[in-house]
Design a binder for this molecule. Structure first.
Ligand SMILES: [Zn+2]
Length: 711
């Protein structure tokens, strides 16, 4: 401990010495050959130029001894470009270095090539508060020709494990249609270990994609680092581990594992690699993730326009496509009586796919009066739209139609005249086409204004990966197609948010298929699975809440009440650990169910919500398997409050011991049980963490909420 304190002091001194202009505002040029430090509350990194490349000279947790960069590591830069199909080798030379004190600290290492004329910037950013340091690379074409560039990874680095340490690689799957049996992976890293995992814009099957985050834990010294990618196209991590102690080769960025990458840059144009981040922690994986959660909320997630966040929603999808004015009004009345805060009309309200106007048979008075009625009842109004989906409605400029001669080339392929969309899915337009993005943005502007939206949910595929059109911004390889379609999607949403700063955005791409830190910069909350029973909600939340803040992890709660009021409560609580969207016609609930639901929503607002926003999250059991007990704990050390969500699945065991985390060992805590299944407990933090406490539940598939408060 003493050693750590001394080292922390040393690191801080080193930070000051190596950054003499730390206090200066605005931009400053720096000398070549210097190194520069960036630090958040918990991560310390020293960068500079190494062998005509960006280099990392130190990476570690603030106050910790270990430097993950053994000596130093460079990030290889592209060594050639293609001009009119001809290979031109590139030799980079360091140019100037800029530092800027703005939203934390930004260091830009500039490089240039004279022939061909290119500039490259390696941009590093540390921001105030906890969390990682971000990096991306910008390439500028200074020639008078269009150039084609090969893959430029954002990170391609070499790290070293401490001697005698045992490393684990933790990563999680996207919840996809249904969370798989594994979900959270914990892999021992050994000499010869290799890891490749992609994240695509539309995960095709369970287990195929990762949420682009991983956490490397040194179990021996209880420390580690985590990385993430802020992008929604085809991206991946590649890791190799060799030797003893292990040397880790880590690459992060766009995915060229199977298909050679090329992208084009017009004269004077720029190309930007996906932003990647890296952060360090002391403790276990939850300790690292709790730092990352606050970083995502503070710096990535769009600003939260409502202090009550995260809000409780009732969504019409429990009744499927059958939504109409009568049902909507009935649901609004009941939702308001339950204290629900948003009423959300899901798919089924429109004339047809691509024709986003209210269906007059269902909403003869349009959606305006429904929005007004929702507002009168004190709730916000939300709407579903699959805005990238083209249909085949009769032609007209207000309809996105694959058969419209003006629009045909916006889609990856031509479609025959008799092609028809499904009820809520059509063909995805390529947002690498400027005209397509302009049309979508304009239609969304109309939808948001005309239907008085407070919340906009997008569904279906947003980003294409296959598109042979040569009139779009991309070349014909999947990573570049998805790269430009992603940029198009971002430009539409960034503009729409700028124009509607209070609008809340929800990401649902067929339930958990596009979950990454790029969409986390555009959507306030993300649906992590398309299966909504209590077990799937708990599994999906368990996985997604490692990389994502729980406030952004959305559970849809389907009506699966079970035989008793206890199983009904367990259904609600399984979806109340993060963002809670009820997907039930609550007007069909019994009086007893109404009373139980009203009480759960009150607890959510008064006790759970502040913990979701400010508390630390701990995965205190193994992942839910549908048999055993499972649980999640929150604790906020700033006010000494916490909660345990305890679930008994089908097991015959009527009692389970939960060991708590994150408490102060010497402090005393008062624990009490919402359903009064056990008497109150007063106990020292040390005992609650080492021996734990018991929860007893008589019936399977039931639950308990255990409040924690420091005495
Ligand atoms: Zn395209």
């Amino acid at each position: 401990m003493l050693e750590n304190t001394i080292l922390a002091g040393f690191l801080f001194l080193a930070l000051l010495l190596s950054t003499p202009l730390l206090q200066a505002a605005g931009k400053d040029k720096a000398e070549k050959g210097e190194t520069f430090s960036l630090a958040t509350d918990d991560t310390f990194i020293r960068i500079g130029v190494k062998d005509n490349q960006p280099g990392i000279f130190h990476l570690g947790a603030r106050g910790a001894k270990w430097n993950w960069v053994a000596d130093s590591t460079g990030i290889p830069l592209i060594d050639h470009v293609l001009i009119r199909g001809e290979r031109k080798n590139v030799k980079w030379a360091p140019a100037d270095i800029e530092q800027e004190v703005k939203d934390g600290r930004k260091i830009t290492l500039h490089f240039k090539s004279d022939l061909p004329g290119l500039e490259l910037s390696s941009i590093w950013q540390s921001r105030p508060g906890p969390g990682p340091v971000e990096h991306h690379i910008l390439v500028t074409n200074k020639t008078s020709d269009e150039i084609h560039i090969p893959m430029q990874k954002t990170f391609d680095v070499s790290f070293k494990a401490p001697k005698g340490s045992s490393l684990e690689n933790w990563w999680v799957e996207k919840g996809n249609g249904t969370p798989s049996l594994i979900g959270t992976h914990r892999e021992i890293m050994y000499d010869g270990y290799y890891f490749y995992k992609p994240s695509t814009p539309y995960c095709q099957s369970p287990g195929m994609d990762m949420i682009p985050w991983l956490s490397i834990l040194d179990r021996t010294h209880m420390q580690g680092f985590y990385m993430g990618i802020e992008f929604s196209g085809q991206i991946c991590f590649n890791i190799s581990a060799d030797g003893d102690p292990l040397i880790l080769g880590i690459k992060a960025g766009l995915d060229d594992t199977f298909v050679e990458y090329r992208s084009k840059i017009p004269p004077a144009g720029t190309y930007d690699t996906p932003v990647c981040f890296i952060g360090c922690f002391s403790g276990d994986v939850d300790d690292g993730s709790n730092l990352l959660h606050r970083f995502v909320e503070n710096h990535l997630r769009p600003q939260v326009p409502d202090p009550r966040y995260p809000l409780i929603v009732n969504n019409s999808w429990g009744s499927g496509m059958a939504v109409d004015e009568k049902l909507a009004r009935k649901m609004i009345d009941d939702a308001a009586s339950l204290g629900i805060e948003i009423f959300h009309v899901d798919a089924g309200w429109y004339k047809g796919v691509g024709h986003w106007h209210p269906n007059p048979d269902k909403f003869p008075n349009g959606l305006g009066p429904i929005a007004d009625y929702t507002h009168e009842k004190g709730m916000l109004f939300g709407l579903w739209i699959g805005w990238t989906q083209g249909g085949n409605p009769p032609e007209g400029s207000e309809k996105l139609a694959v058969s419209n001669p003006e629009m045909r080339a916006w889609f990856p392929y031509d479609f025959p005249e008799d092609w028809r969309p499904w009820d809520f899915t059509g063909e995805t337009v390529c947002l690498g086409c400027d005209k397509a993005r302009d049309w979508c943005l304009n239609d969304l502007r109309r939808v948001v204004k005309q239907y008085k939206l407070d919340l906009l949910e997008h569904d279906q595929r947003m980003i294409v990966e296959v598109c042979p059109r040569d009139s779009h911004r991309h070349l014909d390889n999947p990573a570049d197609i998805s790269y430009h379609a992603t940029k198009g999607y971002y430009s539409v949403y960034d503009r729409l948010r700028e124009e509607n700063p209070k609008l809340i955005f929800e990401d649902c791409v067929n339930g958990g298929r596009m979950v990454d830190f790029g969409v986390a910069k555009r959507a306030h909350y993300i649906c992590f699975t398309d299966t909504y029973n209590p077990l799937s909600n708990r599994r999906g939340f368990y996985d997604a809440s490692f990389p994502l803040p729980p406030s952004m992890c959305e559970s849809y709660v389907m009506n699966d009440p079970g035989p008793t009021i206890d199983t009904f409560r367990a259904m609600l609580r399984s979806g109340m650990m993060g963002w809670c969207t009820i997907m039930c016609d609550t007007s069909a609930w019994s009086k007893e169910q109404h009373e139980a639901a009203w009480r759960q929503f009150e607890i959510y607002k008064s006790w759970i919500r502040p913990l979701i926003n400010q508390g630390n999250l701990y995965h205190i059991t193994k992942r839910p398997d549908g048999i055993d007990w499972d649980g999640i704990q929150y604790f906020d050390s700033s006010n000494g409050k916490g909660i345990v969500f305890a679930f008994r699945a089908t097991t015959s065991e009527t009692e389970h011991i939960f060991k708590l985390k994150g408490l102060s060992p010497k402090k005393t805590y008062h624990l009490w049980f919402e359903d009064k299944t056990s008497p109150e407990i007063v106990e020292k933090g040390s005992k609650l963490m080492s021996r734990g406490f018991s929860v007893r539940l008589k019936a399977p598939e039931t639950s308990e909420l255990v409040y924690i408060e420091e005495k």
